[in-house]
Design a binder for this molecule. Sequence first.
Ligand code: SAH
Length: 458
Amino acid sequence: MDYLPIFLNVKGKPCLVVGGGEVGVRKASLLSQAGAQVTLVAPKLNISDELPLGCTYLAENFQPALLDGKILAIAATDNASVNEQISLEAKSRNIPVNVVDCPDLCTFILPSILDRSPLVVAFSTGGASPVLARLLRGKLETLIPQAYGRLAAFAERFRLLVKQKIPTPSQRRLFWEEVLEGAVAEKIFCGDEVTAESMLFEQLNHQKLENSGEVYLVGAGPGDPDLLTFRALRLMQKADIVLYDNLVSKAIVDMTRRDAQRIYVGKKSGNHTLPQEEINALLVRLAKQGKRVLRLKGGDPFIFGRGGEEIEKLAEHKINFQVVPGITAASGVSSYAGIPLTHRDYAQSCVFVTGHLKDGSMELDWDLLARPKQTIVVYMGLQGLEILCSQLIAHGLPESTPIAIVQQGTTQNQRVIGGTLSTLSQNPLIGQLQAPTLIIIGGVVNLRSKLSWFRVGH
Ligand code: SAH
């Protein structure tokens, strides 16, 4: 280890920054954020932002006397000899000094910082590659939710009380692990501190260290694992049991915790592996056993996903749950097919409908759909494609209205077939399509020839 990592308390302490460019001001802001009393010295300022609040600016050249009484100095001028002088003078006074981008002149270096105050993570490569430190920080940004700061502040509030109630350190550690990784933490992440607090008290008073069950209803997006949200990924790696259906790709299911139990509750239209009521009941049963249950659904759970029904039962049984939105097929598939759903020239509105057939017909408000300058996205519409096209024509859309059908959008099997309302259903390729497929109708579909960007392997 070339440097000793420490966190320095600079609150109310005088610090000096020399340099009037963007970098100098950035360093001054950083020190101000940590509560330091900053003096910024430079003959003139060359910045686009304002100086940080509470920072004193002196319009003059650096002089060694400016270091008097300072506890820390940063040099960020564009003059190498001035930077060197600052370094020498600071060192001779035993004041820690940093010269931006000159590790040789520094007695301390500034890490790349991930700030979830009061939780702060600092990264450093000891000056070897600040960019690498920044990249690593970026990776961790995705794993440490913004709300971890709130969680740390919450834990701090109860630290003393817990210490009094649970005097044995090992027991206390167990208690905190349970709180910080369990249902209490999830409540904080959902913004419900009141419930989090009462749950913490309950655990503290009964010292009941076993998990209370909960359900995460998570949208897995349209297929490409890169389209998962950070929260989805975090909960996928936390859950004990995963219930997933056939819209969720194997690549995504494989990203759940390695030792989690996986239950396929596949749904293909009309051919449910488990009827909806049984899925609802299973979620309740598993959560009551104290399990963390991940209900992983394709796209967004609240868009044609019956997600609402699944959590209704949980709410009735007072089981903790949270819902994580996913990228819905309309949004993901249209992006990957190069079809913007709205466009100033072609569509001012966009409607999502289900084309699911009921007794061989489609119950849709055709007048509402057959409007000019509107994009229609049809989920589950392949079976009813012919009815769909002919009804839209019958209700006033031109026969030449562009339409596209996209198979397994965002995946390596994505395939797009385009046509018009009068031609598409006659296309023999339609018969080869494999579920899931999404239909997009409207003037925006023509933009595909210009905007398509996603290429699949074959
Ligand atoms: N909750 C999901 C939709 C479930 S309904 C969501 O928000 O996306 C299932 C329908 O979604 C399928 O019949 C199909 O029309 C559409 N769909 C889902 N993923 C798709 C994909 N990758 N490509 C094309 N259509 C898709």
